[in-house]
Design a protein around this ligand. Structure first.
Ligand SMILES: [Mg+2]
Length: 117
């Protein structure tokens, strides 16, 4: 009953954020350096490297999913550490992205503002 995330809440962003917050509380990240932004950037880069290794070394999809989840947990924790509303930022940014044009650049699609071309 003390689980902050019930099974029925697993599709909710707020429940996911509560779980990450519980993880931070469990290890007292705020008072042990775990919420220092420069450290968190290094940890996110480390996880991105692990994602890259999954792709370049042909690891299976469950391993890729685990590494992407590692990065997502760090990203959500960074919103806790820096005290911003990531859900609001996500929806604000999605609105901007959906309004942007796309182009093919070197054979791949790119969605950008294309201000300097
Ligand atoms: Mg990892």
């Amino acid at each position: 009953m003390n689980d902050p995330v019930s099974e029925t809440d697993h599709n909710s962003y707020d429940a996911m954020l509560a779980a990450v917050q519980a993880f931070h509380h469990k290890h007292d990240f705020r008072n042990t350096g775990g919420e220092e932004l420069a450290y968190r950037v290094a940890l996110m880069a480390e996880e991105l490297g692990e994602i890259s290794a999954c792709v370049t070394k042909g690891k299976d999809t469950p391993k890729l999913a685990e590494e992407v989840a590692d990065l997502m947990i760090l990203v959500m924790g960074t919103a806790i550490a820096a005290d911003f509303d990531l859900k609001a930022a996500f929806w604000d940014k999605m609105e901007k992205l959906m309004a942007r044009e796309s182009r093919m650049v070197n054979g791949r699609i790119r969605v950008s503002e294309f201000r300097d071309t």
